[in-house]
Design a protein around this ligand. Structure first.
Ligand SMILES: Nc1nc2c(ncn2[C@@H]2O[C@H](COP(=O)(O)OP(=O)(O)OP(=O)(O)O)[C@@H](O)[C@H]2O)c(=O)[nH]1
Length: 497
C-alpha cells in the first residue's frame, strides 16, 4: 500500500478540531512574582461563558478590543469584587489557539491572581457540560498546533523565543517562529515526493517503458535526490555551528600571574566580578562568568596564572584547571604583561605553541598605560616573531580602558564567524528533535535510496525516499506518527504557553 503523503501549506481550517475538549485556563505570566500586571489566559468553547460570569455583563464581548471590566466572584447574591481588569476576547478561529480565547490582564499580586483563577475554576460544571480546568504545560500551544494555527517547528520556535537570552538567540528563534525553516522543509519534501512519483511511474508502467527511459528517469531522480542530500547536510552543518549560540561561546583568559586577567574580566563585565589584587596567584581556580557581549552569549572564564615553579598544591590544581579550560574553549585570550622580563616564560610559550595550536588565540598585551609607543611597537614585534605571526595581537590597558572596545569589536567578529557557516547567513536554531529526525530519518532515507539505486531496485529505492519524506512530515507534524512526537515537543513547555 502506498502511504498517503501531504505537503505544502499548513491546513488552515475554520473548523475547530479541539472544540470538544475542556476549556483551559492558566496564568501566562510568571508565577509567584509580584508584578504590576499578570495575564490569565482562557481557551475553549466556554471562554465567553467565563467572560459573562466574571464580569456579570450580558453584553457580548467585542473581539480583539481591549475593555476595562470589573471581575466578580461568580454565583454570589452580593457582589464580591475581585479586581478591575483589562479584558481581551478573541473569537475562533482567529486566535492563537484557534479556539475562542479570553485574556484577563489583572493586577499582579498573588492574592489577586489566585482569586481570579479560583473564580474561573469554580465555573467547572461537568453535569451541565461545562468542563473547565487548569491547563497542562504547553497545552495552549498544543491546541494551536491541533487547529492548524502553527506547525511543530513554529511551536518549538515559540519555546526558543521565550528562552532566548541574547539578541542572536532571539533572531535565530524568530526565524523558526516565522516559519522560514518550515518553508525549506516543505520544499525538500515536495522535491522528494515529486521524485517518488517518478519512481512510481517506473514501477506502475515499467514493463511498457523503454529501458533507456527507465535509466534516464532513475538518473534524473538520483541527481535531484543528491542535491537535496547536499542541502540537508549543509543545513545540519549550519545547525551545528549555530548551536554555539545556545550553549554560549567559551572564552578563556590565560596568562602568567599578574598579567591582568581578572582586571580584563572586570573591564569586560564593567563590574567587580573577580578578585583583583597585586599578589601574584590571587586567582586560584577557574571562574565562569556568563555574559552578553554585543548580542552573543559568552561564557568568560578567568583562570589561575600559569607558572611552572609553583609548589603550592592549590595553585598547581588551579593551573591544571586553567589548561583544561583552555583546551575546551572556543577562543583563548593570552594576556601578556609587557613589563615582565622575559615577556613570556619558555614554558608558557611552549604550552601555547603545542597545546593551543588548533585554537583561536588572540594575544592581548595589557598595561599599555605603562608603555610609550616605541616600547609598544617593540613588544608587538617580539611577540609576532615568537609566534611567527600566527595570532593577532591587541594592545589594551585595563587601568584606563584603552583598547577594550576595539578588543570587543574584534571578538564580536570572531563570534560571528564561529556561529555562522557562510558570510551574512543567519544562524539556524532547531530543536534536538528536529536535528535527530534530519539525521536519522531524512538523511538515512536518502542514503538508503542511493544504496538501492546502485542495485537498480526501484521499489526499495522508492520506499527509502518515502521514509525520508515521512521524516520531514514528522518534523512539521504533517504526517502519521505525529502523536509520538507531540509528547516530546510539548513536554518542554511550561503552563500557560
Ligand atoms: N598599570 C596597570 N596595572 C594593571 C593593569 N591591569 C591590571 N593591573 C594591575 O596588575 C595587578 C594584577 O592584576 P590582576 O587582574 O589581579 O592579574 P591576574 O592576571 O588576574 O593575576 P593572577 O590572579 O595572579 O593570575 C593588579 O595590581 C592590577 O591593578 C593595567 O592595565 N595597567
Amino acid at each position: 500500500m502506498r502511504p498517503m503523503l501531504r505537503f505544502g501549506r499548513l491546513p488552515y481550517s475554520t473548523y475547530v478540531r479541539t472544540a470538544f475538549l475542556p476549556t483551559i485556563y492558566a496564568l501566562s505570566t510568571s508565577i509567584g512574582q509580584r508584578s504590576a500586571i499578570a495575564v490569565v489566559r482562557v481557551s475553549g468553547s466556554h471562554s465567553k461563558y467565563i467572560y459573562h460570569s466574571l464580569t456579570e455583563s450580558q453584553a457580548e464581548p467585542i473581539a480583539r478590543r481591549a475593555s476595562l471590566r470589573n471581575l466578580y466572584e461568580p454565583g454570589l447574591q452580593t457582589k464580591n469584587l475581585l479586581d478591575s481588569s483589562i479584558s481581551l476576547y478573541f473569537d475562533a478561529p482567529k486566535s492563537f489557539t484557534g479556539e475562542d480565547m479570553l485574556e484577563l490582564h489583572v493586577h499582579g499580586g498573588q492574592a489577586v491572581v489566585r482569586s481570579v483563577l479560583n473564580a474561573i475554576g469554580s465555573l467547572n460544571d461537568r453535569k451541565r457540560g461545562r468542563e473547565i480546568r487548569y491547563a497542562q504545560p504547553g497545552e495552549f500551544s498544543q491546541r494551536a498546533f491541533q487547529n492548524g494555527r502553527a506547525d511543530l517547528t513554529q511551536i518549538e520556535g515559540i519555546g526558543e523565543l521565550i528562552d532566548a537570552e541574547t539578541e542572536t538567540q532571539r533572531r535565530s528563534a524568530l526565524s523558526s517562529f516565522k516559519g522560514l525553516n518550515r518553508a525549506l522543509f516543505a520544499e525538500w519534501r515536495a522535491r522528494i515526493v515529486n521524485n517518488i512519483a517518478q519512481l512510481t511511474a517506473i514501477i506502475d508502467f515499467g514493463e511498457d517503458t523503454d529501458i533507456t527511459d527507465v535509466d534516464q528517469i532513475f538518473n534524473n531522480v538520483t541527481a535531484e535526490v543528491k542535491a537535496v542530500e547536499q542541502e540537508v547536510t549543509d543545513f545540519i552543518h549550519k545547525i551545528d555551528k549555530s548551536s554555539i549560540l545556545q550553549r554560549g561561546i567559551k572564552l578563556v583568559l590565560l596568562g602568567q600571574p599578574n598579567a591582568g586577567k581578572s582586571s580584563l574580566l572586570n573591564s569586560i563585565t564593567k563590574a567587580e566580578t573577580a578578585i583583583v589584587s597585586n599578589i601574584p596567584g590571587t586567582t586560584r581556580d577557574a571562574i565562569d562568568v556568563p555574559l552578553d557581549i554585543n548580542g552573543y552569549k559568552v561564557v568568560l572564564c578567568d583562570t589561575a596564572g600559569l607558572r611552572s615553579n609553583s609548589d603550592d598544591q592549590i595553585e598547581k590544581e588551579g593551573i591544571k584547571r586553567a589548561q583544561l579550560k583552555s583546551s575546551q574553549s572556543d577562543i583563548v585570550l593570552v594576556l601578556i604583561d609587557p613589563t615582565n622580563d622575559p615577556l613570556i616564560t619558555i614554558d608558557v610559550e611552549k604550552y601555547i605553541k603545542e597545546e593551543l595550536s588548533d585554537k583561536d588565540v588572540i594575544i592581548v598585551v595589557n598595561k599599555a598605560d605603562l608603555m610609550d609607543d616605541t616600547s609598544t611597537n617593540l613588544v608587538r614585534k617580539m611577540l609576532k616573531n615568537k609566534f611567527q605571526g600566527s595570532y593577532s595581537i591587541e594592545v589594551v590597558s585595563c587601568l584606563n580602558e584603552q583598547g577594550i572596545d576595539n578588543l570587543l569589536r574584534k571578538l564580536t567578529d570572531r563570534f560571528k564567524k564561529l556561529a555562522t557557516s557562510e558570510e551574512g547567513s543567519d544562524p539556524v536554531v532547531v530543536s534536538k528533535r528536529v536535528q535527530e529526525i534530519l539525521e536519522n530519518d531524512v538523511l538515512f532515507g536518502i542514503k538508503e535510496f542511493l544504496t538501492f539505486r546502485q542495485y537498480d531496485d526501484v521499489v526499495m529505492a522508492s520506499e527509502s525516499l518515502n521514509y525520508a519524506a515521512e521524516g520531514i512530515g514528522k518534523i512539521t507534524g504533517e504526517t502519521v506518527g505525529v502523536e509520538e512526537v507531540l509528547g516530546v515537543v510539548f513536554s518542554r513547555f511550561c503552563v500557560g504557553k
